[in-house]
Design a protein around this ligand. Structure first.
Ligand code: PEP
Ligand code: MG
Length: 599
């Protein structure tokens, strides 16, 4: 899934072009390309009070720095493509960098913010419009064409400022395939699978939240694809092979036919697995496993039920804060959560407090999140909630109220200390008291309060955390990232991201044992929970509850039905004695290939 094969955009001069990248969401999509870059942007214009001008200029400077980093990254990618396309792309990106460093352009925008007392976005659009107009009036065709580049730089700056990227995809025809430089989790939340068939992007890593959202929506996706933008035009026919990590542009009739056949075969297999919906997940030797769904959006409830999920093991509440400029209040959050709880009809729903920060950004929280050198280590998740108490209290109140409609658990992301859990418990008790005084119906008894184990320090302190937490959920995505110091959203190090590294497995084992000793429930809700390759190992280590991207549930259940738990436990013991991840992978894959679970 993660192989980064050499890219050759000029593979076939007759028209068919092939690009390779990270296949992050399986399946095959065939459709019409929509190249998002190059579109126009609607920009809000407003006056900035005199006392806030300096802060507005600072916000603009941060956006300039962010844009420079983006172009720098693209330059790194361009170096890995071959041929004239690379040369042209290199010149273009160098021109963009020069403009982003240009005193006259950047200084001109800053002066506009100060003199017109307007927001940075409006200043960018005004300055860019004027510069581009001057270029357009020139006789020299080369200089005239530079006007378009200035416009592109301006659009990049505005996108960096608003962090909302390019807006909705509502206008696209069904079967569209979105091609972009970068697709954020917020963009993915706007994609309707009835309309968007799949997507591909230049930037992004396999375990990024964009990838997770794509899997959740069942949208085939390939990301981390060098040279993509210059090799595709809007309107081209495109095949996205999300399993093989391949994009084929303007395929030959034979290639198209082959992929159509593959797509039909996949659809048949998926359909045949629906027969497992009501079959309990029990191993051949009688061990019962609970299979739950990870939800990104409330609208996924129907699909979770359709695949037979026994509950929601992780409801990421970030959706409430995406693609908007204002914050959702307690009532709005309550309505949305209550809908999910009611929709799951008595099955437990585990709601996680806000996990914004890192690669999950929200324009609504712009003023609360300060740009940091290391966003993954910065003010994110529970750290932000504990600093912005109003945010936390509103979330807790909404959760307590939604808990009146069915079983609900509260889960805390990025916990690293016992004190953080105690502080949230205190806040939850105070919120409950306040709501009761108001006569509002809330969960009774109060919901269990659980902890995500996704920081190595939390795993090592699992004994202590088990004393203050009601349950654990292992977040193997972040645990792998933080243990191995590999950014899960960074395509350049994606090949090093490996949950089978012995250090990661030891932390998982340590956590499971602490939970079992303390007799608190433990589940695993990172992406490996949804990959049948890992099922025998996770269960062999002692976990009996898995929560995963819904579309993966039937295949994981199928694996469990064929598994012998005793054999899996023995194999996990052998694996935990190893210190080489290659050997671990071989032992696991051999075991899986034995079919029934290694008798
Ligand atoms: C994890 O880190 O494994 C996890 C489940 O949380 P998220 O992917 O939302 O960071
Ligand atoms: Mg996480």
């Amino acid at each position: 899934m993660k192989t980064d094969k050499p890219t050759d955009p000029t593979a076939n001069k007759q028209g068919q072009r092939i690009f390779d990248g990270l296949g992050v969401s399986p399946g095959i999509a065939i459709g019409t390309a929509y190249l998002r870059e190059g579109g126009d942007l609607q920009v809000a214009e407003y006056q900035v009070p005199a006392g806030k001008i300096e802060a507005e200029v600072e916000r603009f400077r941060e956006a300039v720095a962010r844009s420079q980093r983006q172009v720098g990254k693209l330059q790194g990618k361009a170096k890995r493509i071959h041929g004239t396309a690379a040369e042209e792309l290199g010149f273009l990106l160098e021109a963009h960098i020069q403009m982003l460093k240009s005193g006259s352009l950047i200084g001109g925008i800053e002066r506009r913010i100060e003199s017109a007392r307007c927001n940075a976005e409006a200043a960018v659009m005004a300055e860019i419009g004027e510069v581009a107009k001057n270029f357009a009036a020139m006789d020299d065709p080369y200089l005239r064409s530079r006007g378009q580049e200035v416009r592109e730089v301006g659009l990049r700056l505005v996108r960096s400022l608003t962090r909302t990227n390019y807006g909705s995809f509502g206008h696209l025809a069904p079967g569209s395939i979105v091609i972009a430089e970068e697709i954020t989790p917020a963009d993915t939340a706007l994609m309707d699978p009835q309309q968007i068939a799949g997507f591909a992007s230049v930037l992004g890593g396999a375990e990024s939240h964009t990838a997770i959202m794509a899997r959740s929506l069942g949208l085939p996706a390939v990301i981390g694809v060098a040279g993509l933008i210059s090799g595709i035009n809007t309107g081209d026919t495109v095949i996205i092979d999300g399993s093989g990590g391949r994009i084929i542009v303007e395929p030959t009739a034979k290639c198209l036919g082959d992929y159509e056949a593959k797509r039909r075969a996949l659809a048949r297999e998926t359909k045949s697995l629906t027969r497992l919906r009501d079959v309990p997940a029990v191993t051949r030797d009688g061990a019962e496993v609970v299979l739950q769904a990870n939800l990104e959006l409330p609208r996924e409830v129907a699909q979770a039920l359709a695949v037979g999920a026994q509950g929601v093991g992780l409801l990421r509440t970030e959706f409430l804060f995406m693609n908007r400029e204002d914050l959702p209040d307690e009532d709005e959050q309550y309505q949305q959560l209550a809908e999910v709880v009611a929709g799951m009809a008595g099955r437990p729903v585990t709601v996680r407090t806000l996990d914004i920060g890192g690669d999950k950004v929200s324009s609504a929280l712009g003023e609360h999140i300060v740009e940091s050198m290391n966003p993954a280590l910065g003010l994110r998740a529970i750290r932000l909630s504990l600093r912005e108490r109003k945010l936390l209290d509103a979330q807790l109140a909404a959760m307590l109220r939604a808990g009146a409609h069915g079983p609900l658990r509260i889960l805390l992301p990025m916990i690293s200390t016992v004190t953080e859990v105690q502080e949230v418990r205190k806040a939850m008790l105070a919120t409950a008291k306040r709501l009761r005084r108001r006569g509002v119906a809330i969960a009774d008894p109060l919901p269990p309060l659980g902890v995500m184990i996704e920081i190595p320090g939390a795993a090592l302190a699992a004994d202590a955390l088990a004393n203050v937490a009601d349950f654990f959920a292992i977040g193997s995505n972040d645990l792998t990232m933080y243990t191995l110091a590999i950014d899960r959203g960074e395509e350049q190090v994606a090949h090093l991201y490996n949950p089978l590294h012995p250090a990661v497995l030891r932390l998982i084992q340590f956590t499971i044992q602490a939970a079992l000793r303390a007799r608190i429930p433990i589940s695993l809700c990172g992406e490996i929970a949804g990959d049948p390759r890992f099922t025998a190992l996770i269960l062999g280590l002692g976990v009996r509850e898995l929560s995963m991207t819904m579309n993966a549930l039937p295949r994981v259940k199928n694996r469990i039905l064929g598994l012998d738990m005793q054999a899996a436990t023995r194999r996990a013991e052998v694996i935990m004695d190893q210190h080489d991840s290659g050997r671990i992978a071989a032992l696991l894959d051999d075991f899986n290939e034995l079919g029934v679970g290694g008798a």
